[in-house]
Design a binder for this molecule. Structure first.
Ligand SMILES: NC(=O)c1ccc[n+]([C@@H]2O[C@H](COP(=O)([O-])OP(=O)(O)OC[C@H]3O[C@@H](n4cnc5c(N)ncnc54)[C@H](OP(=O)(O)O)[C@@H]3O)[C@@H](O)[C@H]2O)c1
Length: 245
């Protein structure tokens, strides 16, 4: 893996993935909204061994910029070895229940804009006939819960899209990875009380790189979430609807 594109590069989890690739001497193309944090990150990655770091400031929720973004990346990198889509937001569920626009905006950021990128990059990877497309979904995608179901929906839609994309691009030699972290201690969860189930971003970042290396289809991070979610998915709906989780 030599040429890596990261959309949402300032995410705490994405930073850890970028550090892993920098230490392998990769060339990175980083896209995020915050220019200052991007340049600090670029210097850090160069110091860690990256062969080159390109940065672009962009609000990735704006679909209309995606085609031009891909064109600029191709101009600079040529072929792409891996794309990681890491950006996302955790909405205020209560607000989404009261305000349709808040729900629509959340779906634009977490789902529709990601599908826009996946469609464009998916076609590009199909032409290349190689490469990895990795997307950070969530264990939340596995079951809708009253406390969080708008976020769950945003990630569940991605999971199904990725299943289809994986099935389609397999014959082109393209690897599609769905990443499902549990609770991770990052700015996104800063407001939550931390417990035993919380993982560090560095551990999840290493897990993502390992799953890309091993060409996994779906990875739960840390691994024990595969068991937790198998149990959660199998609770009958008539019981689940009475539970408060
Ligand atoms: N933390 C968890 O417990 C957890 C669990 C499961 C899945 N995930 C997923 O993991 C991914 C990374 O999150 P994280 O935990 O690393 O949290 P984070 O550090 O808060 O990262 C979220 C990133 O998304 C970026 N972002 C949001 N909207 C954007 C937009 N319109 N354009 C460009 N960038 C945008 C943010 O940029 P700004 O800083 O500029 O806002 C930030 O860099 C997300 O998809 C999240 O849903 C997280």
């Amino acid at each position: 893996m030599n040429k890596i594109v990261i959309c949402g590069a300032t995410s705490a989890i994405a930073v850890e993935v970028a550090r892993e690739y920098a230490s392998r001497g990769a060339t990175l193309y980083l896209v995020a909204r915050d220019g200052e944090r991007l340049s600090t990150l670029a210097s850090d990655l160069k110091a860690r061994g990256a062969s080159g770091v390109h940065t672009e400031v962009l609000d990735l929720a704006l679909n209309e910029h995606h085609q031009a973004l891909l064109a600029r990346i191709k101009d600079i990198l040529g072929a792409i070895d891996a794309l990681l889509i890491a950006y996302g937001v955790l909405p205020d569920q209560q607000r989404c229940e009261e305000d349709v626009e808040a729900t629509m905006q959340l779906l634009q950021v977490n789902t529709l804009s990601v599908i826009s990128l996946l469609t464009l990059f998916g076609n590009e990877f199909a032409k290349q006939e190689r490469g990895t497309i990795a997307v950070i979904s969530s264990v939340a995608a596995d079951r809708g819960r009253k406390s969080n179901y708008v976020y769950c929906t945003s990630k569940a839609a991605l999971d199904v899209f990725l299943q289809g994309l994986r099935n389609r691009l397999f014959s082109n030699g393209v690897h599609v990875l769905t990443i499902k972290p549990g609770f991770v201690d990052t700015p996104m969860t800063a407001h939550l009380k931390k417990g035993l189930l919380f993982a560090e971003a560095a551990e999840v970042g290493r897990g993502i790189v390992k799953a890309i290396d091993r060409k996994k289809d779906v990875v739960y991070l840390p691994w024990f979430w595969i068991i937790i979610m198998a149990i959660v998915r199998n609770i009958p709906e008539r019981l689940f609807k009475r539970m408060s989780i």
